[in-house]
Write a protein that binds this ligand. Structure first.
Ligand code: LRH
Ligand code: MN
Ligand code: MN
Length: 424
């Protein structure tokens, strides 16, 4: 479905006066408003190709209609999101869920929608039809060299697809680990994994990064071979300067202080990227900001502070991706909400007065420090984000326009009610 620009303009026109009033009110109390707006315009969040269809759990899946049936249709869906919010200008592909059979055509289609290719994701956690070796007992950690070789070759193949598409990073998430004590030798599992990763690392082009994603549990429930940020950091450090840690917000043990993890990884120049989502219990993959938006703000506060300390470019020096699953919501509406939540947290973090906070810290003024943080967090920054969207030619209220245009109804008409997108 195509959303013509004039429809966005018409929609914006009707609510423009109301927006201006709200924007001027917030802007009047923000010191560097133009600088913040530019940062918001520049910020882009990659949409995962596996999150455009309805997700499921191991107990079932309740499919919605009008889901994309091919990679082309997934790109069209992301193009639609990007048109509405001007900050979803990238796609993260999972191989082999989304194999670009004709890379030139796929690249051209993405360019047409203003979309670039963010990190490529490999998959050695499922067996594919016709595959020689099984990943039942792991992939890169496996006791059998044949399995390890197959996993290495797959990752190299993913890099090749990525090169064709213009991606510049590979995310490796391994389900490797064990379900029971004694099942594997943890030291040897680590060594095998490191050696396998080294072989993949050797194939990375010079301008590429490798993201090593950690996860504490699931599908293995006793040990995971890349189980936490310490282990990921160890692999990344041993691999070399092109290897980084990737933080998926749902991959920690309960109550982990993710903002502190982020601060230290940034300080050590080993933070590579993010998979944003939210959770109440574990890797719930819920809409970003739906459960704990304050934590998200605290993470962004560390990100902004740490990136500024190192003179990094907020928009391009780290990989920003969503990794969520949509069991009950329309995936496109859910993604619009997730992107909005990220932009809100980022904008609030930009409002934190770093100098004032430092002064409070140096004076051990704990109360003042909290006031500064919560002053930023409790500011309604939505008009700032809407203004950034307006300046980028997008909709003041993407979700409302999505509903007004009856996008889902139109997609169902175009693609049918019974569609199944590949992915989780
Ligand atoms: C694992 C994970 C990883 C996968 C994705 C589908 O839980 O977060 O990033 O690639 O889910
Ligand atoms: Mn993830
Ligand atoms: Mn996950």
């Amino acid at each position: 479905m195509l959303v013509e620009k004039y429809k966005i303009d018409q929609f914006n026109h009707e609510i423009l006066n109301d927006h201006k009033r709200k924007f001027e009110f917030v802007a009047s109390s923000v010191k560097n408003v133009e600088e913040i707006l530019q940062k918001l315009v520049d910020f882009q969040i990659a949409i995962p190709s596996w999150a455009l269809g309805t997700g499921g759990t191991r107990f079932g899946r309740f499919a919605g209609g009008g889901e994309p049936r091919s990679l082309e249709e997934k790109i069209e869906d992301i193009g639609l999101l990007h048109k509405l919010n001007n900050c979803s200008g990238a796609i993260s592909l999972h191989i082999p869920w989304d194999i670009p059979t004709n890379s030139n055509n796929i690249k051209a289609l993405a360019a047409q929608h203003g979309i670039r290719f963010d990190a490529m994701n490999s998959n050695t956690f499922q067996d594919q039809a016709g595959q020689e070796w099984s990943y039942k007992y792991g992939s890169m950690q496996h006791i059998d060299k044949g399995v390890r070789r197959q996993a290495i070759e797959h990752n190299i193949e993913v890099i090749k697809y990525g090169i064709e598409l213009g991606s510049e990073s590979l995310t490796v998430w391994l389900a490797d680990g064990s379900n029971f004590p004694g099942q594997l030798n943890m030291r040897k599992a680590f060594q095998n994994t490191l050696e396998s990763l080294q072989e993949v690392y050797a194939e990375l082009p010079d301008n590429w990064k490798m993201f090593v994603e950690y996860k504490a549990f699931e599908p293995n429930f006793y040990s995971t071979t890349v189980g936490d940020w310490g282990q990921s950091f160890l692999y990344a450090s041993k691999l070399g300067p092109k290897a980084y840690t990737l933080v998926d917000l749902g991959h920690h043990l309960p109550n982990a202080n993710i903002e502190q993890i982020v601060a230290l990884l940034l300080m050590e120049e080993k933070l590579g990227g993010f998979h944003f989502n939210d959770s109440k219990y574990s890797d719930d993959d819920l809409t970003v900001g739906s459960i704990n938006p304050y934590q998200l703000f605290l993470i962004f506060k560390e990100l902004v502070e740490g990136m500024d300390a190192r003179g990094m470019n907020h928009a391009s020096d780290l990989g920003w991706m969503i990794d969520a699953s949509h069991n009950v919501k329309d995936p496109l509406e859910d993604l619009l909400q997730s992107v909005e939540a990220i932009m809100i947290a980022y904008a609030q973090a930009l409002l934190v007065d770093a100098k004032e906070l430092e002064a409070a810290q140096l004076a051990n003024d704990v109360v003042r420090a909290q006031e500064i943080l919560q002053g930023a967090y409790r500011t309604d920054v939505r008009p700032l984000i809407a203004e950034a969207r307006l300046r980028g030619g997008a909709a003041l209220e993407p979700l409302n326009l999505y509903r007004q245009l009856k996008v889902r109804e139109n997609l169902i008409k175009e693609r049918g009610l019974k569609t199944v997108a590949t992915g989780l």
